[in-house]
Design a binder for this molecule. Structure first.
Ligand SMILES: NC(=O)c1ccc[n+]([C@@H]2O[C@H](COP(=O)([O-])OP(=O)(O)OC[C@H]3O[C@@H](n4cnc5c(N)ncnc54)[C@H](OP(=O)(O)O)[C@@H]3O)[C@@H](O)[C@H]2O)c1
Length: 300
């Protein structure tokens, strides 16, 4: 039996991790987040509130439950919020990781840290794990700083970097690109979407599975986990429209320079997935299959 603690269990990825882990007979799951547990099906795991920015709370929970591995998802994840609240971003995205590294060192826990394609500047994607980081935003900087805390430590650690995650919406949680595109297209309201930011969108269920695999095996080092198809955000919205049989008439294709905050977003990221494929047999789902899982069968 392996005991796994998930942080940010109310979040988009955290919710999916709990959904999978609570059903496993070989895992004891401790789910933690900032607020009260927002799941309706609360069987198969223990929920403990834990503010990861409190060193004392992190020490107490880790000392009490002694997990074998922690999957750390809790973070400020919004690029604009991070720019507006850099001190809070540093506290949550970097300070909390320092608390977790301290507790993991003390109790011999394996730490899996979630990170992002935004650690790169997007000028030479797709990227391999060994490429040097070059963040261009407070968010990207904070995630790169958190990665360095792990790599400079003596603990057993893994970093999972991922890209533009999509999937079913979580109750009380934030939206994601596919759900956002669906709502915009269905509303018929005009919207501007960038045509020059390229990503490899990642299906949340496959990301969660990869994190679980890495945590259970106590794999070490950096892993790139994403989809394999490179699309611009405009093209992605087009895929959703085509899947749902909706019109793109009201969707205006624009350059990043036409919108505020372009300088904070890397133009072309994308990952080389060879390491994840060979080490944990990760096989990304195609975008079309991912959309079918989220939105149902394509409307012909
Ligand atoms: N989503 C993406 O497209 C994407 C892309 C690249 C990388 N990532 C990375 O993947 C990870 C998960 O992202 P996500 O989209 O699942 O994030 P999310 O939906 O924004 O969830 C983050 C969760 O963190 C929790 N949290 C906030 N402050 C906390 C605190 N002080 N202590 C404990 N928990 C706290 C919140 O819990 P409450 O709800 O309880 O307040 C929230 O549910 C993040 O590290 C992110 O950087 C995400």
């Amino acid at each position: 039996m392996v005991r796994i603690l998930v942080t940010g269990s109310n979040g988009f990825l955290g919710h999916r991790l709990v959904a999978s882990l609570r059903l496993r007979t070989d895992v004891e799951l401790i789910a933690t987040s900032l607020g009260p547990d927002r799941r309706s099906d609360t069987e198969g795991y223990l929920y403990v509130p834990m503010d990861v920015t409190s060193e004392q709370a992190v020490q107490e929970v880790c000392s009490r439950y002694r997990p074998d591995a922690i999957i750390h998802t809790a973070a400020i994840t919004q690029v604009d919020q991070a720019e507006q609240q850099p001190a809070y971003c540093r506290c949550l995205n970097v300070g909390a990781v320092a608390h977790l590294v301290g507790a993991c060192a003390r109790y011999g826990i394996h730490l899996l840290q979630l990170s992002t394609d935004f650690v790169f500047d997007g000028l030479s994607g797709p990227y391999a794990e060994s490429d040097p980081v070059s963040p261009i935003s407070v968010y990207g900087w904070s995630k790169a700083a958190a990665e360095k805390l792990l790599s400079d430590s003596e603990i057993s650690w893994a970093v999972v970097r991922t890209i533009l995650v999509y999937g079913q919406e979580v109750p009380g949680g934030r939206s994601n690109i596919v759900q956002w595109a669906t709502k915009v297209l269905q509303s018929g309201n005009p919207v501007q979407v960038v045509n020059d930011q390229y990503r490899m969108p990642t299906f949340v269920e496959y990301l969660a599975q990869a994190c679980i695999e890495i945590a259970l095996r106590k794999e070490r080092g950096i892993f790139h986990i994403s989809g394999e198809e490179e699309v611009s955000i405009f093209e992605l919205v087009g895929h959703v429209a085509q899947h749902l049989g909706l019109s793109m008439e009201m969707v205006q294709s624009v350059n990043s320079s036409d919108l505020a905050g372009a300088e904070l977003r890397p133009p072309r990221t994308g990952f080389i997935l060879g390491k994840a494929k060979s080490r944990i047999h990760y096989e990304p789902v195609s975008l079309e299959t991912g959309l079918t899982k989220v939105l149902g069968p394509a409307i012909q």
